[in-house]
Ligand binder design. Structure first.
Ligand code: ZN
Ligand code: FE
Length: 259
């Protein structure tokens, strides 16, 4: 059984640490800072960092990679299409990698950046998704490099994963995302309930992740662009018809950028 914990970094990043108790090996996803991982290793003698998984090239995701590899000898996995420091394996769509004995399938998810990848472990009992800055709890990443069409397609692929899939994203943006989600869907009770729950959780110092695909399908407006009420809100906002879900998505993303 793999245990997964969040190591907080910067103001709102989580470095996800996967731990295999049987072998005392661990892996980390998107270590933008090496310090929290090195501190964890120091306080857990006998543990070895074997793998570093990278989703995209932004500094808050790769800043600690070189130092961690140097300190631990861990293997660095990252997207083939982007410049990743100290990368050992360049990954593209459909590739499979073994990490701590688990098979992860690589899904290319361009939009936030053009080479962005996600890692999916399709275990029936406990499917896992590490999606970087593509899918957030109740939101999605900004479009720094890709088009709205690309991001909409990427999110659609993630939305099609099993409902029980646990979603590990990189940032604690859930509450502000839910504020926007409520503006898009004032009548969505799942969204307002989630907002109340996450508000309480954050007041108590808890973290709002991981999410699940089921919860995102119910509350994330960026996965709900085919809903009539979401389209109507987007049309109202844009002052014109958004004839396709991809255009509804583009209108929502532009709205959120100024929200
Ligand atoms: Zn990013
Ligand atoms: Fe980020």
């Amino acid at each position: 059984m793999i245990q997964i914990d969040a190591l907080p970094a910067f103001s709102d990043n989580y470095l996800w640490l996967l731990q295999d108790d049987a072998t005392r090996c661990c892996a980390v996803v998107d270590p933008g800072d090496a310090a929290p991982v090195l501190a964890w290793l120091e306080s857990h003698p006998g543990w070895k960092l074997t793998d570093i998984l990278v989703t995209h090239h932004h500094h808050d995701h790769i800043g600690g990679v070189a130092r961690l590899k140097e300190a631990t000898g861990a293997r660095v996995l990252g997207p083939a299409q982007e410049k990743i420091p100290a990368r050992d394996e360049a990954l593209g769509d459909g590739d499979t990698v073994q990490v701590l004995g688990l098979a992860f399938r690589v899904i290319e998810v361009p939009g936030h950046t053009l080479g962005h990848i996600a890692y999916y472990h399709g275990d029936v009992a406990r499917p896992l998704l590490f999606c970087g800055d593509t899918l957030f709890a109740a939101g999605c990443g900004r479009l720094f490099e890709g088009t709205p069409e690309q991001m909409h397609h990427s999110l659609s692929r993630l939305a099609a994963l099993p409902a029980a899939t646990q979603v590990f994203c990189t940032h604690e943006y859930t509450l502000s995302n839910l504020r926007f989600a409520k503006a898009v869907e004032p009548g969505n009770h799942a969204t307002s309930n989630r907002f109340d729950e996450v508000t309480r959780l954050r007041e108590q110092g808890g973290i709002s992740l991981p999410s699940t695909i089921a919860l995102e399908l119910a509350t994330n407006p960026f996965l709900r662009v085919a809903e009539t009420s979401v389209k109507q809100m987007a049309d109202e906002r844009a002052g014109r018809d958004n004839p396709t879900p991809a255009e509804v998505f583009a209108t929502l993303r532009a709205w959120k950028d100024q929200f």
